[in-house]
Design a protein around this ligand. Structure first.
Ligand SMILES: NC(=O)c1ccc[n+]([C@@H]2O[C@H](COP(=O)([O-])OP(=O)(O)OC[C@H]3O[C@@H](n4cnc5c(N)ncnc54)[C@H](O)[C@@H]3O)[C@@H](O)[C@H]2O)c1
Ligand SMILES: N[C@@H](CC=O)C(=O)O
Length: 497
C-alpha cells in the first residue's frame, strides 16, 4: 500500500498527527501487533496506521479513568471549565491543521472541515459554561424538622463511541459534556477517522486536562465495545452511529445497567407545501441533501413535494444539483467529496438500481462522470415509493428521492412511515400548516424554513429508533449526572418548610 507523505507535510504542527492510542496521558502501542491502515477516501492512498489495543490494554484505560475520576470530580466546576476553555482555544488556534487532518481521513471539503472544527469547539465552550450550572434543588419538606434537596453528581466513567462522518464534533459534543460534569471519558473513534480524535487528545494534554481524564482507545470495534459494556466501572455509554450497532450496544449495556445515550440513524423527510416558491424550496432541499456528500444523519432522505408544484420543483432541483462540483476535498471549489469507502458507493448504487427497478425515474446522476472509485455523482430520482430502499433505508449518499403528495394528512402519513425519527424539514409559510405538521411529525427535531438546525444550545436527538437521550443544550450534561436526593432530619424548627 502506498503511504501518502502528504499528511504531516501539510500541517503547521506535525505533532497533531498521532499514530498511537492515548491512554492515561501516554501514547500507547498495541501489544499484539494488530493494526489498521487509514485511507484517504479521495485518493485511496494510505495516510497512516493505528494500532489495535489488546483486551488488557482497554481495561488499563478503564483503570486510568477510574484513578483519574476522584481528582477530576473533586475540582471545582470553574476549575474544570478553565481547562475545557483552554482546550477550546487550542482547537480554534489549530483549526487549519485539524481541518486538514479531517479532510484527508474523512474526505469532506476543506471549508466543511473547518466548519466542523468550529462546530466541535463550540460544544467545548458551551459545556465549559454549563458545567458551572449543574444546580440541585431545594424541596419543600413534608417531613417535620427536615430539609430536603438534591445534589447533582458525575455518573462516573463514560465510554464514548463515535462515527466517521463527523470525526471531531461527535466526540466533543459528548466528551465536553461528560468532562464538564466531572466524568473521565474513554473515546473509541471510528477506525476510518481516528486521527481527528488523536489530535483532540494531543490538544487536551496541552490544555492541562489531567492524565486519565481523556483517553482514546483503538481496536476491533466489537471487541472494544464488548469490554467497555461489560465493565462495571464504566457507568455511561454514549454512542453515535447506526441504529444496527446502537441496538447491539443497548443490549450489551443491559448487563451492567449503564446510563445509555444513543444518537442513531435518520431518514429525514423534507416536506414542501403548495404555497412555497418551488425554486427557493428546491435550493434549500439541495442544501439539506448533499452536505457531507449525503453522509449526514440530518440529510434530507425523502423529499415530499406538493403535487401542484412538483414538476417545477424537480426542474429547479436538477438545475441546482447539476452545478454541484464533485472531487477531492483538498482542492478548492469542491461541494462534494468522496464517500467514505467503496462499500458505501456500492450501497448507493444498489439503492438507485432498486428504485429504478421498482419504477422510479432517474432524472440525473451519471456515474461515468465520477472522478474516482470512491466517488458517487449526485442522483435525483422521482416517483419514489415506500416499497423502495431509498424510502426505507437511510441512504447516507448523495441520492435524492422525490415523491408528490396530495394533502397534509397524506404527507404526514408518508413522513412518519419509517422506523426512524431524528429530524424533519418543513417548508411552507402557512402558519396553520406549520403548526399541524410540527405537532404531527414523529421526530425529535423539526426545522421549519431553515436548513441549519444544529448548534450547542439545541437538544439534539431522535425518537423511535433514532435514539435515546439528547446531546447539547441545557439538558445535554444531564446524560452524565446523577441526581442525589438528601433528607436532613432532626434539624429542629430551623429547618423551616
Ligand atoms: N444521530 C446522530 O447524531 C448521528 C450523528 C452522526 C452519525 N449518525 C449515524 O451514524 C451512522 C454512520 O456512521 P457509521 O457508519 O460510523 O456507524 P456505525 O454504527 O457503523 O459505527 C459507529 C461506531 O461504532 C463502531 N462499531 C461498528 N460496528 C460495531 C460493532 N459491531 N460493535 C461495536 N461497535 C461497532 C464503529 O467502529 C464506530 O466507532 C449513520 O446511521 C448516521 O445516521 C447519527
Ligand atoms: N449533522 C449532524 C451530525 C449527523 O451526522 C450534527 O450536526 O450533529
Amino acid at each position: 500500500m502506498k503511504l501518502s507523505k502528504t499528511l504531516t507535510a501539510q500541517l503547521d504542527d506535525p505533532r497533531l498527527f498521532r499514530e498511537h492510542a492515548y491512554v492515561n496521558g501516554k501514547w500507547t502501542h498495541g501489544e499484539g501487533g494488530r493494526e489498521e491502515t487509514v485511507i484517504d477516501p479521495a485518493t485511496g492512498e494510505a495516510i497512516g496506521h493505528i494500532p489495535w489495543l489488546e483486551a488488557h490494554q482497554i481495561r488499563e484505560a478503564v483503570d486510568a479513568a477510574d484513578a483519574a475520576f476522584g481528582h477530576w470530580r473533586a475540582l471545582r466546576a470553574d476549575e474544570r471549565a478553565e481547562r475545557l476553555m483552554a482546550w477550546h482555544d487550542l482547537l480554534q488556534a489549530h483549526r487549519e491543521d485539524l481541518a486538514t487532518i479531517m479532510t484527508l481521513e474523512q474526505g469532506k471539503p476543506l471549508p466543511d472541515a473547518r466548519g466542523e472544527v468550529e462546530y466541535g469547539a463550540s460544544f467545548v465552550r458551551w459545556f465549559a459554561e454549563e458545567g458551572k450550572r449543574t444546580f440541585g434543588e431545594t424541596i419543600p419538606s413534608h417531613i417535620p424538622n427536615a430539609a430536603l434537596g438534591t445534589i447533582k453528581e458525575p455518573v462516573g466513567i463514560a465510554a464514548l463511541i463515535t462515527p466517521w462522518n463527523f470525526p471531531l464534533a461527535m466526540i466533543t459534543r459528548k466528551a465536553a459534556a461528560a468532562m464538564a460534569a466531572g466524568c473521565p471519558v474513554i473515546v473509541k473513534p471510528a477506525g476510518e477517522t481516528p486521527f481527528s480524535a488523536l489530535a483532540l487528545a494531543e490538544l487536551a494534554e496541552r490544555a492541562g486536562i489531567p492524565a486519565g481524564v481523556f483517553n482514546v482507545v483503538l481496536g476491533e470495534p466489537a471487541e472494544v465495545s464488548k469490554i467497555l459494556c461489560a465493565e462495571e466501572r464504566v457507568k455511561a455509554l454514549s454512542f453515535t452511529g447506526s441504529t444496527r450497532v446502537g441496538r447491539l450496544l443497548l443490549e450489551q449495556s443491559a448487563q451492567t445497567v449503564k446510563r445509555v445515550s444513543l444518537e442513531l440513524g435518520g431518514n429525514a423527510p423534507f416536506i414542501v407545501g403548495p404555497d412555497m416558491d418551488p425554486k427557493e424550496a428546491a435550493f434549500a432541499a439541495v442544501a439539506a441533501k448533499f452536505q457531507t456528500a449525503g453522509q449526514d444523519c440530518l440529510a434530507a432522505n425523502r423529499i415530499l413535494v406538493h403535487e401542484s408544484i412538483h414538476d417545477e420543483f424537480v426542474a429547479h432541483f436538477a438545475e441546482r444539483m447539476a452545478a454541484l462540483t464533485v472531487g477531492n476535498g483538498m482542492e478548492s471549489e469542491i461541494d462534494l467529496g468522496p464517500l467514505i469507502h467503496r462499500q458505501a458507493v456500492d450501497k448507493a448504487a444498489s439503492i438507485v438500481d432498486d428504485a429504478i427497478s421498482r419504477g422510479a425515474t432517474l432524472v440525473a446522476g451519471d456515474q461515468t462522470q465520477a472522478p474516482g472509485e470512491n466517488f458517487f455523482m449526485p442522483v435525483l430520482l422521482t416517483g419514489v415509493t415506500p416499497q423502495m430502499k431509498v424510502w426505507r433505508e437511510e441512504n447516507f449518499a448523495p441520492v435524492a428521492g422525490v415523491t408528490a403528495y396530495r394533502d397534509d394528512d397524506e404527507v404526514i402519513a408518508m413522513a412518519n412511515d419509517t422506523e426512524y425519527g431524528l429530524a424533519a424539514y418543513v417548508y411552507t409559510h402557512d402558519i396553520r400548516r406549520i403548526w399541524k405538521l410540527l405537532r404531527a411529525l414523529e421526530y425529535g427535531m423539526v426545522s421549519v424554513n431553515s436548513v441549519k438546525m444544529t448548534g450547542p444550545p439545541v437538544p439534539f436527538g431522535g425518537v423511535k429508533q433514532s435514539g435515546l437521550g439528547r446531546e447539547g443544550g441545557i439538558t445535554g450534561i444531564d446524560e452524565y449526572l446523577e441526581t442525589k436526593y438528601y433528607c436532613l432530619g432532626a434539624l429542629g424548627s430551623v429547618s423551616g418548610s
